[in-house]
Design a binder for this molecule. Sequence first.
Ligand SMILES: *[C@@H]1O[C@H](CO)[C@@H](O)[C@H](O)[C@H]1NC(C)=O
Ligand SMILES: *[C@@H]1O[C@H](CO)[C@@H](O)[C@H](O)[C@H]1NC(C)=O
Ligand SMILES: *[C@@H]1O[C@H](CO)[C@@H](O)[C@H](O)[C@H]1NC(C)=O
Ligand SMILES: *[C@@H]1O[C@H](CO)[C@@H](O)[C@H](O)[C@H]1NC(C)=O
Ligand SMILES: *[C@@H]1O[C@H](CO)[C@@H](O)[C@H](O)[C@H]1NC(C)=O
Ligand SMILES: *[C@@H]1O[C@H](CO)[C@@H](O)[C@H](O)[C@H]1NC(C)=O
Ligand SMILES: *[C@@H]1O[C@H](CO)[C@@H](O)[C@H](O)[C@H]1NC(C)=O
Length: 425
Amino acid sequence: MVVHNNFNNNQTSYSNLQSLKNGKQKTILHSCLNQVWIIPSLFTLLIAIACVYTLIFPNIHKILQIYNFTVTSEILEASPAVESTDCDVFDGRWVEDDSRYPIYNSTDCPFAERGFSCFENGRKDKEYLRWQWKPKKCNIPRFDVEKALEMLRGKRVVFVGDSLSRTQWESWVCMLMEGVKNKESVYEINGSKITKTIRHLGVRFKDHNITVDFYRSVFLMNKSYDVPAGAPKNVRMTVRLDLVDDISDQWIDSDLLVFNTGGWWTENRLFNEMRCFFQIGNSLEFGISVIDGYKMALNTWADWAEANINPNRTTLFFRTIESTHWRGPNQCDVSEKPLNETKGKEKSEKSDIIMETVEKKMKRVAVRIMHLTPMGSYRSDAHVGNWGDNPSVQDCGHWCLPGFPDIWNEIIISHFLPKIPSFSS
Ligand SMILES: *[C@@H]1O[C@H](CO)[C@@H](O)[C@H](O)[C@H]1NC(C)=O
Ligand SMILES: *[C@@H]1O[C@H](CO)[C@@H](O)[C@H](O)[C@H]1NC(C)=O
Ligand SMILES: *[C@@H]1O[C@H](CO)[C@@H](O)[C@H](O)[C@H]1NC(C)=O
Ligand SMILES: *[C@@H]1O[C@H](CO)[C@@H](O)[C@H](O)[C@H]1NC(C)=O
Ligand SMILES: *[C@@H]1O[C@H](CO)[C@@H](O)[C@H](O)[C@H]1NC(C)=O
Ligand SMILES: *[C@@H]1O[C@H](CO)[C@@H](O)[C@H](O)[C@H]1NC(C)=O
Ligand SMILES: *[C@@H]1O[C@H](CO)[C@@H](O)[C@H](O)[C@H]1NC(C)=O
């Protein structure tokens, strides 16, 4: 079961406009009541207003759409024609907006790792921080840290996946810390430092009783160096396609649970670099392609979620594949502006598999898909590039912080959570 979000925020501006209009008409009507001749002309006037209204607004929307990157969000927000009760928040485009971002300063946030802190690592242009995601049929309310901290009070938020989940976890913590006066009251439970391979990190917001965990599980499946007896010498480890990661029991007891997996599912990474092969039960499976392995793993994950997640307690998200913008092996050019065409990058076979699997398998437990592939496909400007840990290594897979991942979290916090009773009440 996929949850299609029924959008009904931001209708206030539209209804305000309506009642304002009605108010004006009433006043005119009142002062003219004793002049009978005025009534037919009043009707004509009303019809004319209605015609102009319906004719102009859809067309304005069309005209605006032609200027993909030049429209400002203010114009769109003022136009009631773009509001809708049925909004796919991931179907939209990027518009310039200087007023929203950045939400935090990574230099001041102890949980933004150095490797993602582009400004700290010398990135000078700030253009990549200006863009706001504008869904076609609605607006994403601006991140409000006070509201966010209250919605999350007493909650446990868990991110599971690869380094892109770690980025999202860091962004989440930094965003919330903006609303905390005593920064010392926010700490990693064991005092652990962020590293690329750490299995578990957990940040406590003491004053708000919020926990935000990250679990590294790049395949979501059990990965083990205990290879079956008699395995060929080049098999260094295996990833089970029929068994979820053995730390998965630690994910269940959560209020908000966000998953991803994808970047590690390549032949080169698995079979060549890691010498990691697929395993089902006790048997090694050399005949299964990476994409079929991915399918099986997602099915296994879906069965696990159906069996273990309490839908009354836990809100579940799954992120689709992040676009990368490599020019060649280990080479990339970070642009100053988002791309104006995505050249097919808005599609991903693995993203399709995620959506199909969730649609097909989830019955008892709802999974909200965060379909980031299309929106990320434009953002060749938002990658780490040369401004990571090591200036001689280019990175067009990860994203700068602050930056694009803050918008994933803004979508969860400002768009989704207010509609979920356990967070909004
Ligand atoms: C605007 O974006 C759409 C896709 O969203 C694309 O088809 C169209 O060519 C773009 N127009 C311009 C002027 O860039
Ligand atoms: C972040 O804050 C530091 C001081 O703590 C300051 O030097 C730096 O310029 C700020 N970064 C940005 C992007 O404003
Ligand atoms: C913190 O939140 C948990 C989970 O909601 C709750 O059980 C616990 O009592 C809270 N602790 C405090 C000190 O409020
Ligand atoms: C803290 O350390 C304990 C014991 O090693 C471990 O079980 C737990 O997962 C750690 N928690 C975090 C949040 O790192
Ligand atoms: C799962 O992986 C862990 C290592 O991460 C390993 O110790 C354990 O034996 C594996 N479980 C099974 C059932 O293979
Ligand atoms: C969830 O809530 C519904 C309705 O309140 C209830 O019928 C159902 O048993 C609950 N499910 C679980 C797993 O607690
Ligand atoms: C798209 O971008 C390219 C290069 O940045 C530019 O030459 C081209 O005119 C742009 N196309 C549109 C329709 O804006």
